[in-house]
Design a protein around this ligand. Structure first.
Ligand code: CS2
Length: 489
């Protein structure tokens, strides 16, 4: 098998090969978080922009933890195959926008030093919710977050996202250069403002003058990103080989749909991302609410309820009619908290989500989405639940999702087999559960009492607690399938 690489590009058919001369496009973006999502999303939009308009906008992609993807990409001159999989077939395209990949764990100074290089005009991020360590309520850093704590102790040798950004910006200021725009692409509401608060909070602790410079000079546009992208598997690599004829250890599969809504604030310029379909707006927040609450909220419901009902993949959960009806109910409830959005028909958006979730070609594991529940739940489920309650809407759909999560936190499936919770607070969760008598009432009480999880309005609402407890009791006594059937009638 021949490995994908720049000198084979000319053998690839039109439409598969990047439509521009890679070597003549310089670097303009440093991206942190080299997971599947970045490769299926921002890297693909940048590739489309380069094809249409060119420009020095190729990407240096940094992986904070893994070295395997970095090595795979560098062995392929940064090239990788993106496979779009839909009900009507698979389509492969080789993406050329990544110029270089860096493993932060191996090259500790490389990230901040690169941020300070003049050609870097945008720093973008997809590091997942849990990596930031920002206290959303205080709009400051969370000093107890492990990476934040470590970086506060050694701000000159940062390893976490916020520490790296602040150190990079410091070097940039010291070099007398204008700062890059910092573009958060994670599923967080108001993600630009949130990241700004975290970066400023950290800088205030370590260098107040730097904090002032950041405050005055650095822009943090918000963005809403969307593309359902499961983790790559051995099958992805085989499929890439079948479709292109080349071996590709960094191949990714994704759905045909993708969306990117961005605030157009890039003082040093940006790629023509419109070429890939990006939309530029004044205010991203309403789009983020829609996506987080309807797509991601429903996804979490599918993850917990589906996983425990024995559905390994989202598409299987959608084939379960009773569960699919709860997904629909959940999205309708979430839409009521979103409000009117110019140019968007929320009914059509919901219907499109049903089709996307059911995509027979995408094997998106419920266990993958179930990961990091303590990070995801407050944004996707608890925030709209709180608003529903305040506005007099029935919060039952959210109560069911929360009960499903609580059942999931027990860490054993209905056959008694254990599974990995994969949550940054899994130790805390397990200890909280161990201190109960196993009844729904005590489990609700224990999980409700965890700090920084349930908002006070929900914790103190007899209605919501009662709804969660009744549902959890059914789950414990009758199992998930019976609970879904009961809820759906
Ligand atoms: C999913 C998201 O894993 C998860 O939590 O809900 O990754 C989802 O697939 C993306 O946000 C889709 O854009």
């Amino acid at each position: 098998m021949t490995r994908l690489g720049a000198n084979h590009l000319r053998h690839l058919p039109d439409g598969v090969r990047p439509d521009y001369a890679l070597a003549s496009q310089g670097i303009g973006i440093l991206h942190i978080g080299l997971g599947a999502f970045h490769r299926a999303h921002q890297a693909a939009y940048t590739d489309a922009a380069l094809a249409v308009q060119g420009g020095d906008w190729r990407i240096v992609a940094v992986s904070l933890r893994s070295t395997a993807t970095v090595d795979a990409l560098n062995a392929q001159d940064g090239l990788f195959t993106l496979i779009e999989r839909g009900a009507d077939g698979d389509r492969a395209r080789v993406i050329g926008s990544i110029a270089d990949a860096v493993a932060a764990a191996r090259e500790t100074e490389a990230v901040s030093a690169r941020i300070a290089r003049p050609e870097i005009r945008i720093v973008s991020l997809t590091v997942t919710e849990k990596a930031y360590g920002i206290d959303r309520a205080a709009l400051d850093i969370d000093p107890d977050h492990p990476a934040v704590a470590a970086d506060l102790a050694r701000p000159d040798a940062p390893q976490g996202v916020i520490g790296l950004l602040v150190d990079g910006l410091r070097r940039r200021r010291d070099a007398g250069l204008e700062p890059p725009a910092i573009l958060c692409c994670d599923n967080l509401p108001d993600n630009g403002a949130l990241l700004r608060a975290g970066v400023l909070g950290f800088a205030r602790h370590v260098d107040p003058a730097l904090a002032d410079w950041i405050d005055d000079n650095v822009v943090f546009p918000s963005s809403m990103v969307d593309r359902i992208t499961p983790a790559a598997t051995e099958e992805t690599v085989q499929l890439a080989h079948r479709l292109t004829g080349y071996e590709d250890a960094a191949a990714i599969e994704t759905e045909p749909f993708s969306q990117w809504v961005i605030e157009d604030r890039f003082p040093l310029g940006r790629p023509a991302w419109e070429a890939g379909g990006a939309i530029f707006v004044e205010d991203v927040q309403p789009y983020e609410r829609m996506k987080l609450r309807m797509l991601n909220g429903a996804h979490s419901l599918i993850a917990y309820a589906g996983f425990l009902a024995g559905h390994a993949f989202v598409r299987d959960a959608m084939a379960d009619r009773a569960l699919a009806s709860l997904v629909d109910r959940h999205m309708r409830a979430a839409a009521r908290t979103v409000g009117a959005l110019e140019g968007i028909d929320l009914d059509a958006y919901r219907q499109a989500l049903v089709v996307r979730f059911a995509n027979p070609a995408i094997a998106h594991q419920t266990h993958q989405i179930a990961m990091d529940g303590t990070e995801k739940l407050p944004l996707r489920i608890l925030a709209p639940a709180q608003e529903a309650l305040a506005s007099g809407d029935d919060p039952a759909p959210y109560a069911f999702a929360v009960a499903a999560w609580m059942r999931y936190v027990l860490g054993r499936d209905e056959r008694g087999d254990p599974y990995d919770l994969r949550d940054p607070r899994s130790g805390v969760l397990t200890r909280a559960i161990a201190g109960t008598d196993g009844s729904a009432a005590e489990i609700v009480q224990a999980l409700n009492a965890l700090p920084q999880l349930f908002p006070a309005e929900l914790r103190n609402s007899a209605t919501f607690r009662g709804q969660v407890e009744t549902r959890l009791a059914t789950l414990l006594s009758d199992g998930m399938r019976a609970a879904i059937a009961k809820e759906a009638t």
